[in-house]
Design a protein around this ligand. Structure first.
Ligand SMILES: NC(=O)c1ccc[n+]([C@@H]2O[C@H](COP(=O)([O-])OP(=O)(O)OC[C@H]3O[C@@H](n4cnc5c(N)ncnc54)[C@H](OP(=O)(O)O)[C@@H]3O)[C@@H](O)[C@H]2O)c1
Length: 215
């Protein structure tokens, strides 16, 4: 699992009003290049509701990959770009819970969306989910946020690599989301530790690459 994000100098992934425009075109090209190397791109429901992304590839020829959204009660709009935009190239999987309404499942399946149920709690059980995806041949996944989903994967020590671009803004705001939200770890030694594997400078931007340290 590779976590990819763009953040401001002060570690925010969107402004307090949800403005997500941090990357420049060069950074988007590099993100799209990374997309060509994975089996799936995963995002949380919050990112779909706020940004309505297509999660496609614009700059390279490519045969496609899965787009995966975690949505515990299947409440994303059925006309979201992730459902309607080029579904043959980028098939969409919605991962939900046992509590998802049956009629809603049917509505999405009628649009050729693949529904996976993982867990019966308030949110998708991501630990159970990983072997299910692996069984479908989805081994290399690009986690593209947002802040709450990033925390779930960090909390469970499931992020192997990180690619973070720092854009040249200081946007501030206690309500502006940081790269990772959630309750956080109490001690550094409980949290996953990463080795800096590469640094790339692109004009006014910098991209940091990390790999998880072996325990
Ligand atoms: N700068 C960047 O690189 C970047 C990238 C992506 C997103 N963003 C920004 O991030 C913001 C969205 O982040 P967000 O934190 O609000 O939402 P999010 O992380 O995209 O989605 C969180 C939602 O996913 C659902 N979910 C289901 N199972 C989950 C699980 N096990 N763990 C966590 N979430 C689970 C939950 O909704 P239910 O309980 O209803 O299912 C939860 O509220 C947007 O403003 C977007 O612009 C920035």
């Amino acid at each position: 699992m590779i976590l990819s994000a763009a953040m401001t100098i002060d570690g925010k992934i969107a402004s307090k009003n949800g403005d997500p425009e941090i990357s420049d075109e060069e950074d988007w090209k590099s993100v799209h290049k990374l997309r060509t190397e994975v089996d799936a791109i995963m995002v949380g429901k919050g990112s779909i509701l706020k940004d309505n992304p297509k999660l496609h590839i614009k700059y390279y020829d490519h045969n496609g990959y899965y787009r995966i959204v975690l949505d515990s009660n299947l409440s994303i709009p059925i006309d979201s770009n992730i459902i309607t935009y080029e579904p043959d190239t980028y098939p969409t999987i919605i991962v939900t819970t046992e509590n998802a309404p049956v009629d809603r499942i049917r509505e999405f399946e009628a649009k050729n969306v693949i529904i996976i149920k993982s867990g019966s709690g308030n949110e998708v059980d991501i630990v159970k989910l990983m072997p299910i995806l692996y069984g479908k041949g989805i081994k290399r996944i690009l986690l593209e946020g947002g802040a709450r989903l990033n925390w779930s994967f960090i909390k469970n020590h499931l992020v192997d690599e990180i690619r973070i671009t720092i854009g040249p803004w200081m946007v501030g705001g206690k309500d502006a989301l940081s790269l990772v939200e959630g309750e956080g770890f109490a001690k550094m030694c409980e949290s996953p530790r990463y080795c800096l594997s590469n640094v790339k400078k692109n004009n006014n931007y910098i991209t940091l690459y990390y790999k998880k340290e072996k325990p």
